[in-house]
Design a protein around this ligand. Structure first.
Ligand code: AMP
Ligand code: GLY
Length: 426
């Protein structure tokens, strides 16, 4: 089959790499892509906000399936436009993508379907939000309702901080995303991610991961899109995974279908493993970045076929995809200044030498300028390795990192620390 992949980050490079290994793939196109994706796909320029242009391209090139990487085109309704034009697509419709696009929507769904999640109140004005604060203890979590590029969540350690966050959101500090606010009870526990693939009705589990959101070693500093990740996350034991499927994922898929918004694609659940069990923190309507990179390293099935079955509503006969028992770990190399103002244009060398250390390097924010590879984004490279456990995967990933010349870049040196400490018996 012919596939069009949408996106330009490390997640999409990992998807392109895996799709390229699928026996059922004939030709892969990507837009806008990046130099890493270009190793596996023909890059094309399309304005993805112009759904008609994407549909025309699919007709011209006999595209059988469109795979949407990032959330923005999903929330913008691209998958829906393609489905309406009878083109198969991996990714949810606009209404279903509200699971990521509106935190309030997801909380209401959890309340209706009895899905374990933090207690909450939705507020559409600062006055309502301030009044609701009285019902919460401190710390309290204040969230902008809409998409805010991972920045719309404030954990307020004092009442004053909570009030300031509310004022900031209703003053437009988070743009349209903050026109509505969700106030949430603060949960404690370890965080982990769980993935599932669903065609709207049938669901199969798709692996676990943990990431590192803070920019600095020891989980300090500002939040980022993710500085590294590993899969599996052994804290999500087989028993907990079953609970997540039964108590969170399946009721969500059933409720979405019952509400006339069947959810098709990958469902990425951010979980808090509390003393009383897993609770949903948030949903994403796409693969995580960089969680996708470690999942793809371990996936042993034909990804193109699996995505096509999902898109066709044909998952009933599909058993859970097979993943290698090894651990995959990825280290994000970012441009200095990330996440605030990453330095652009820094030269990158020695990737081939680094890959000879046994790692796979996914391009996240690179560009080719006069035959040289340079940084063009905040997160630039994802240096990814497999190992018998997290300790071995970590050692291999950093051995590769140490071969890379990228003067204007940096990375965390402790990706996987929780798991490595557990493996050392600490
Ligand atoms: P979100 O964008 O909803 O995933 O939130 C970003 C991060 O904020 C999460 O990964 C958690 O670390 C934290 N967080 C969000 N909601 C809560 C909550 N109710 N209790 C504790 N931490 C939270
Ligand atoms: N790495 C977190 C995310 O993709 O949302």
């Amino acid at each position: 089959m012919n596939i069009l992949l949408i996106g330009s980050g490390g997640r999409e490079h990992a998807l392109a790499w895996k799709l390229a290994q699928s026996p059922s793939l004939e030709k892969l196109y990507a837009t806008p892509g990046n130099p890493g994706i270009a190793q596996h796909a023909e890059l094309v320029e399309l304005d993805i906000t112009d759904h008609g242009e994407v549909i025309l391209f699919c007709g011209d090139k006999d595209i059988d399936l469109v795979v949407v990487g990032p959330e923005a085109p999903l929330v913008d309704g691209l998958a829906e436009s393609l489905r309406t034009a009878e083109i198969f697509v991996f990714g949810p419709d606009k209404a279903a993508a509200q699971l990521e696009g509106s935190k309030g929507f997801t909380k209401d769904l959890c309340a209706r379907a009895d899905i374990p999640t933090a207690g909450y109140v939705r507020a559409t004005s600062a006055a309502d939000a301030l009044a609701a604060l009285d019902d919460f203890s401190i710390p309290v979590v204040i969230k902008a309702d809409g998409l805010a590029a991972g920045k719309g969540v404030i954990i307020a350690e004092t009442r004053a901080e909570a009030e300031a966050a509310i004022a900031d959101m209703f003053d437009g500090g988070f743009g349209e995303a903050g026109a509505e606010v969700v106030i949430e009870e603060f949960l404690t526990g370890e965080e982990a991610s769980f993935f599932a693939i669903t065609d709207g009705e049938n669901v199969v589990p798709f692996g676990t991961a943990q990431d590192h959101k803070r920019v600095g070693d020891g989980d300090v500093g500002p939040n980022t899109g993710g500085m590294g990740a590993y899969s599996p996350a052994p804290v999500l034991t087989a028993e907990l995974q079953q609970r997540v499927m039964d108590e969170i994922i399946k009721p969500t898929v059933a409720a979405m279908a019952a509400d006339g918004m069947p959810y098709s694609g990958v469902l990425f659940a951010g979980l808090m493993l509390t003393e009383s069990g897993p609770q949903l923190i948030e949903y994403n309507a796409r693969f995580g970045d960089p969680e996708c990179q470690v999942l793809m390293m371990r996936l042993e099935d034909d990804l193109a076929k699996l995505m096509m079955r999902t898109a066709r509503g044909d998952l009933a006969q599909t058993s859970a995809p097979a993943f290698s028992a090894e651990t995959a770990l990825t280290v994000v190399m970012a441009a200095k200044g990330y996440p605030a103002t990453p330095e652009k244009g820094g030269k990158i060398r020695n990737l081939a030498r680094a890959e000879r250390e046994g790692a796979k390097i996914f391009h996240a924010g690179t560009a080719e300028v006069e035959d040289a590879l340079v940084a063009s984004g905040g997160r630039v490279l994802n240096v990814t390795a497999l190992g018998a456990n997290a300790t071995e995967a970590q050692a291999r990933a950093y051995a590769a990192v140490d071969q890379i010349e990228f003067e204007s870049g940096f990375c965390r040196r402790d990706i996987g620390w929780r798991e490595v400490a557990r493996e050392a018996g600490e």
